[in-house]
Design a protein around this ligand. Structure first.
Ligand SMILES: Cc1cc2nc3c(=O)[nH]c(=O)nc-3n(C[C@H](O)[C@H](O)[C@H](O)COP(=O)(O)O)c2cc1C
Length: 361
């Protein structure tokens, strides 16, 4: 057990989940202002191995493990988070305008399944504030995840949605190594199904193409196992060469194919989408369907239940170019990053791969 698991987690877990998260983020933000603290964290948490070096849509990465969107929505703590050993960070989701998100409580732990239930509804400070925070040198590449502004008074209905994404895209693309487009926040009830009409994905990409895209674009999709739908989405992307890859979001609500042991009664008291090990199989099944469709034409970023080197490796073998985690950081703390990377290097060695990219797919 790490110091985090024995000493820090018990204290944090006494607090409401959102308060605990805000506290951890604030501590990261403040400590990240000290170059001494950043260097000390870098020494403690970094694991280097040339076999783990890889690239995502042409962006060189020291390793294939990133921090998933949602942990640092507003890019407050990238100084410290960039010193924890991750190969990249994804901040956001950020929207054109600031948003308060959904009413509280909106974040819950399912301790027995090491899961998190999230119903935030993409609260964030808005594109212009986040833009100002993303200045200065950075230790690792940063992707910025964009979403439509969550405003129940202005639910997604038509082309104004494209304008909303275009505004945040224009504000943030020159502050990011890549842009991820969150096409379906599972917790924006009024917006999450907008892109089910797949022609609208084309509509959005046509609009973004007019914004002079200069960095790779990743589409973070609503999860579906339907190969026909995935094929259609990939065919749409094929018409827009600035689309470089895909990621898979959490499913909304509590679909029956989540691996949960907690009672349905307890779940009913926790509105929102489930992250962590309960979604691993579902995401992996989608990844296994998507990879043969995209072949080597697109990068794939895979998050969902990465809690160990073995879990990260499973996603890489299924075709993920890089993997990300969020929930496992809450349960196991920052030491997990190094543990996963060392374990990945050992798995590459075991299977005779010289570089992590050789193990992909
Ligand atoms: C509390 C929480 C907030 C999240 N917020 C976002 C978000 O704002 N945008 C997004 O694209 N994904 C968001 N996600 C999804 C994660 O980026 C990731 O895809 C998902 O949690 C699966 O990874 P995990 O099992 O390691 O948590 C969030 C996840 C959690 C748990």
């Amino acid at each position: 057990m790490s110091v985090y698991e024995t000493a820090v987690r018990p204290l944090l877990f006494r607090l409401d989940a959102e308060r605990a998260h805000n506290l951890a983020l604030r501590a990261s933000e403040l400590s990240g202002r000290s170059s001494l603290a950043r260097r000390a964290a870098g020494r403690a948490f970094t694991y280097r191995d040339p076999r783990l070096e890889t690239s995502l849509a042409g962006i060189p990465l020291a390793n294939p493990l990133g921090l998933a969107a949602g942990f640092d929505k507003n890019a407050r703590a990238v100084g410290m988070l960039g010193s924890l050993g991750f190969g990249h960070l994804e901040v956001g989701s950020v929207s054109a305008d600031a948003s308060d998100g959904n009413p509280k409580p909106r974040l819950f732990r399912i301790e027995q399944d090491e899961g998190i239930v999230v119903a935030y509804g993409v609260p964030n400070d808005g594109a212009s504030v986040v833009r100002e925070r993303l200045t200065g040198p950075r230790r690792v590449p940063i992707g910025v995840n964009l979403v439509k502004t969550n405003d129940p008074a202005r639910p997604a209905a038509g082309p104004e949605v494209y304008e909303d994404y275009a505004a945040s895209f224009v504000a943030l693309q020159d502050r990011a190594e890549y842009i991820a487009i969150n096409l379906s926040c599972p917790n924006s009830a009024a917006d999450r199904d907008f892109f089910d009409e797949l022609g609208r994905i084309d509509g959005l990409l046509v609009r973004l193409a007019a914004c002079d895209p200069r960095v790779p674009l990743i589409l973070k999709l609503k999860p579906t196992r339907d190969a026909g739908v995935l094929r259609e989405i990939v065919a749409i992307a094929d018409n827009h060469p600035f689309v470089s890859g895909f990621a898979i979001n959490l499913p909304s609500g509590k679909p029956p194919d989540l691996n949960l042991t907690v009672s349905r009664d307890s779940l009913a008291r926790m509105p929102g989408a489930v992250g962590g090990p309960p979604v691993e199989e579902l995401v992996n099944a989608i990844l296994g369907t998507l990879k043969p469709i995209v072949g080597d034409r697109y990068a794939l970023i895979a998050a969902g239940g990465v809690t160990s080197a073995e879990a990260a490796y499973r996603k890489l073998r299924l075709g993920a170019t890089t993997v990300q985690l969020y929930t496992a950081l809450v349960y196991h703390g920052p030491g997990l990053v190094k543990e996963i990377l060392a374990g990945l290097a050992a798995l590459l060695e075991r299977d005779g791969f010289e570089r992590v990219a050789d193990a992909v797919g």
